[in-house]
Design a protein around this ligand. Sequence first.
Ligand code: ADP
Ligand code: MG
Length: 402
Amino acid sequence: MKIGLENLTKVFPGKGRKNKNKEVVAVDDFNFTIPDGKLVGLLGPSGCGKSTTLNMISGLLKPTSGKIFFGDKDVTNLPPEERGVGMVFQNYALYPHMTVADNIQFPLENLKGDQKLSDQQMKERVEEAAKLVKIDELLDRKPGELSGGQQQRVAIARALVKLPRVLLLDEPLSNLDARLRLQTREEIRRIQQETGITTVFVTHDQDEAMSISDLIVVMKDGEVQQIDSPQKVYDDPANQFVAQFLGIPPINLFDGRVADGKLWIGDDPVLEVEDVPDQEVVVGVRPEGFILAHDGHLKDEMVRTEVTGRDISIVSRNLASRNPLVRSILSSDDLHRIKEGEANFDLKPHKVFLFDEQTGKRLRGKLKPLHHGHPEAENIDALVDGVEDQIELDLLTQAENR
Ligand code: ADP
Ligand code: MG
């Protein structure tokens, strides 16, 4: 079932006499339709309004303004128990004195009217839910006899047992250790795909959101920043915040400027630019956007190289960098190209983003490689692999023309 959010807004009044006028806009004019059967990751730093959004969808919180639709039905004023949602929280909060089976069955016992189930029907539902999350062997245990990961599965089974139309998960993996987190998120994805339940998954962990979501909603200070597929959010960020929030290692930021049809970082021209007016800009370069080249245009100061098996990371310094260090990631095939003390790079245009210095908004122009003045054989060699076809073609044409 699709979920429609229309101008959804939540304002909390300031608490206490001192903060009376300091209201918090926890969610600010959220508009989006969550497609049927998809898993949407709600991603953003702590306090950005993720839980508030989720709690409005579940009905635990009443919006200050705006509307919520389940399918075509306006559910804004419907109480939680009539919405058909299953919820899982970070604190799975199982009843310690009850068995796993009784914990899972609990939400079924209060069903009334034509929803009421017989003991046998309840037992079957519990077994089905337990099977789905793979804890059907553990039904007779108490929560205290389970690992954290198993307890979280019980909580998920409990959320699924009422056959909800919508599954809402609020940082469900935060209490698990790293390995279990990885495993359980795969499980959640599997369960979601098997059941086809429309799911909203709240997390502050970009890696988590990227790995299991069909769509990611990036939020900041109650405002939606971007809604796109994980790959698109990474490859085509709407603004500086999104670019910085996604990516490990994080994007490198430089003070730069657009002038004379070129993009400059410090005194180095690094790319050709079209369709961006001359101005100061913030330049974001993904770590994988650097090409090590003896005559590369961006002249960094080498700090160290780190070899991590598959990749090499060159850690360098640049006066125009907004961070103390610049981190690039190259393939370990590039190891032989590293020259003592030298960190000169060309940049891959599609890994470079320009942002308005004041607003952080993306400046969408066309970026192209600079033409090298004198491509010597060794430089062609150094540039060709790993570089996009564009550069490769440019260089070959130049070499041929001479
Ligand atoms: P997140 O889940 O993204 O960490 P929340 O949705 O919990 O963020 O909170 C968003 C903002 O609303 C925060 O500034 C938080 O302090 C505020 N907030 C949340 N719940 C309440 C409340 N019950 N009363 C007042 N302010 C609240
Ligand atoms: Mg929260």
